[in-house]
Design a protein around this ligand. Structure first.
Ligand code: FAD
Length: 387
């Protein structure tokens, strides 16, 4: 298993559960240090992808979103209640949204229809009343608001629980501080496969390989004879992870649709604040990327406040009462290119992720945090069936 983010960790836990000896590699000194620790934790049910009216992205998100909680609870052996997050989120439509309020309302209803078909009878999307909207914002930049049935989880809490599960799992060994350089078949593509590493002695021969390196995946796929056919973009994004006194609370909201972002309240004084323009550190088409240095927290705090607080006054109240502010983030790999301000950009879609394989070498584009446990289940089944 290459990569100890949520994708590699869930897959390794499922393989160990199925009776396989699993080895989990990561360049970082500990598992779950990257994007999987430092993200917003939205359990996607499709509402975000309103600029894809074909509903293809929503359809791609729904199976993973519905499976997320039960699969993760099984793997960490406890309820996700501690990860917080209400069962409802609010989407506020910006006047510069690439999808207008009417079209967005129709899109949300279509997503609700898909969720009902998928068996989630409780799914809903409803326009906010004037009073509800006024309680959240008085900005003229916000044209409308909708409450939808979608939740987010505190990803740092989940990362800690998954790390504990990895340490406790039988038949699973963790090799951290090891960089993966290449993968090549020794006899045939059905195995064994040789993994080359830095330091060299950490690598070896394996019956099967799963590449879950996320931003590091394309470079290793190329060595395995499985280069990416479609153009992609890699973005390094950071956000603010804020702790206040437990009594502070705010209604979470995302500013839709374009280069804006959101506020999340996980309960107990835990908040996520993100303003896309000030959190985007790198945007590249390269398959070889190195983490950028983290910026001075003061500059991210100032940029996030300047962008978000005029739209959502609750942001200023959260920052004014902050006891601890961490800047964290990671890479976002996405097929396609373009700007989020352009309605035609392929970055508004997320429907091309999933598995590709060459014999017993499987490469997985995680797509989203929320699709990882479901994809891990598919990989574990494939390998258990000897495919
Ligand atoms: C700011 C932000 C907000 C986001 N919000 C959401 C959200 O709300 N909902 C959602 O579903 N998704 C969200 N995402 C996307 C989500 O974080 C990712 O899709 C997901 O975490 C990817 O998981 P992963 O395990 O594939 O990658 P990672 O967690 O990045 O794990 C990959 C691992 O591979 C290791 N690695 C890479 N290259 C090498 C190499 N050559 N050798 C050894 N190790 C290597 C890295 O150290 C890393 O630990 C967000 C991302 C960001 C950055």
């Amino acid at each position: 298993m290459l990569g100890a983010g949520i994708m590699g960790s869930c897959t390794a836990l499922m393989l160990a559960e199925a009776g396989f000896e699993a080895v989990l590699f990561d360049a970082a000194p500990a598992p779950l240090c990257g994007a999987s620790r430092w993200n917003e934790g939205r359990v996607h049910l499709g509402f975000v992808y309103a600029a894809d009216p074909s509903l293809s992205s929503a359809r791609a998100m729904i199976p993973g979103g519905l499976a997320f909680v039960p699969l993760l609870e099984r793997l960490i052996g406890r309820s996700l209640a501690g990860a917080g997050g209400p069962e409802e989120d609010v989407f506020l439509v910006h006047r510069r949204s690439v999808v207008g309020p009417e079209a967005i309302g129709a899109y949300y209803q279509a997503v609700v229809g898909l969720l009902h078909e998928a068996g989630l009878a409780s799914a809903f999307a409803r326009p906010l009343s004037a009073g509800e909207l006024a309680a959240m914002t008085c900005s003229k930049e916000v044209a409308a608001g909708f409450a939808v049935s979608e939740r987010s989880v505190d990803t740092r809490w989940v990362a800690d629980r998954l790390t504990e599960a990895l340490a406790a799992a039988p038949r699973l060994s963790l090799r951290t501080g090891v960089r993966i350089l290449a993968a090549a078949p020794e006899e045939s593509e059905d195995g064994p496969w040789r993994i080359a590493t830095d330091p060299p002695e950490a690598g070896g021969r394996f019956d099967a390989v799963v590449n879950a390196l996320w931003h590091g995946r394309p470079a290793v796929d190329a060595t395995a004879g499985l280069p990416d056919a479609a153009p992609f973009t890699q973005r390094y994004r950071v956000a603010l992870f804020v702790r206040t006194a437990p009594s502070v609370s705010a209604r979470g909201a995302v500013i839709a649709v374009g280069p804006f972002d959101d506020v999340k309240d996980y309960g107990g004084g835990r908040f996520y604040l993100s303003w896309y323009p000030s959190g985007l550190l790198v945007e590249t088409f390269s398959d070889r990327v190195a983490d950028p240095p983290l910026p001075d927290p003061a500059s991210v705090i100032a940029g996030t406040r300047a962008g978000l607080a005029p739209l959502l006054p609750a942001v200023a109240a959260i920052l004014d009462r902050a006891e601890e502010v961490s800047v964290g983030g990671g890479w976002v790999f996405a097929l396609g290119r373009g700007s989020l301000a352009d309605p035609a950009s392929a970055l508004h879609r997320r429907d091309g992720f999933g598995l590709r394989r060459r014999g017993r070498y499987i490469s997985v584009d995680t797509g989203k945090y929320s699709t990882a446990p479901w994809l891990a289940g598919r990989i574990a089944r494939l390998l258990a069936e000897g495919a």
